[in-house]
Design a protein around this ligand. Structure first.
Ligand SMILES: [Zn+2]
Ligand SMILES: [Zn+2]
Length: 244
């Protein structure tokens, strides 16, 4: 299994970059975890859009789903051109899916994510845990047939649940929205010192920091987390890929 950090900004993307979007590939299976603004353009550096099998959306903040509706048009056009022969499955953690502006129900099949239910896409099985955030939001765990485990925090404040959910992960992608000095500034996000507390508890093999702020130095985020933990930690970046 391989994961690529297609987009890693919080809120809005920097020039030629994208907000939250992670491409998970396992054999011929291609799945997206979140699909933020700028993601669709960048994703085409890695796969053709018609080869996408499913998309999972952690919550309905636009930095996690803005490009979903452009993706629906891409699927429509690729279907009309004969390049795609099946609908795209989209799974979203949102109670009222009818309020979302999808237009082509034959092209995109929209399903709810339910906390206690696993979802299987080809060789991948996904499960979910509830986060602490402004609106309902889930963390996601992806396991392949060989038992490799990827965990993605999505957006969350500090909870016991996220600490436990990250346990035994081969790769743990964790949001890191704030510097140490800003701890507690916003309830539904993590600062560097909290990220360190989480990974010291869950002990994943590798940690990838993501969901960056638009100020300060990203290297400082990394240094602050490293100050409190000896786990193996990377910053999400352009073309960053990790194999599990
Ligand atoms: Zn976000
Ligand atoms: Zn959010």
């Amino acid at each position: 299994m391989k994961v690529t950090t297609v987009g890693y900004w919080g809120a809005y993307p920097n020039a030629n970059e994208a907000t939250s979007c992670y491409l998970v590939q396992d054999g011929s299976v291609n799945v997206l975890l979140d699909c933020g603004s700028g993601a669709l353009a960048k994703l085409q550096n890695y796969i053709s859009l018609e080869s996408l099998d499913a998309v999972f959306i952690s919550h309905t903040h636009t930095d996690h789903m803005a490009d979903l509706f452009s993706l629906e048009y891409a699927m429509l056009i690729q279907t009309q051109l004969g390049n795609r022969k099946r609908p795209l499955d989209v799974f979203i953690y949102e109670e009222d899916l009818s309020k979302l502006p999808f237009e082509f129900p034959a092209i995109v099949h929209v399903h709810p994510i339910k906390l206690k239910e696993e979802i299987t896409v080809g060789s991948l099985t996904l499960s979910f845990a509830e986060n602490l955030h402004e609106i309902p939001c889930v963390a996601m765990k992806v396991i392949n047939a060989e038992g490799k485990v990827l965990v993605y925090s999505a957006d969350t404040g500090m909870t016991e649940e996220i600490k436990n959910f990250g346990k035994s992960a081969d790769v743990f992608i964790v949001e890191c929205s704030f510097f140490e000095q800003q701890k507690g500034l916003v309830k539904g996000h993590l600062s560097t010192i909290e990220v360190a507390e989480i990974v010291n508890f869950s002990k994943p093999k590798k940690v990838v920091l993501t969901h960056f702020p638009h100020y300060g130095d990203r290297e400082q985020l990394l240094e602050e987390v490293k100050k409190y933990t000896s786990e193996e930690i990377y910053l999400a970046s352009n073309d960053f890929t990790v194999t599990l």
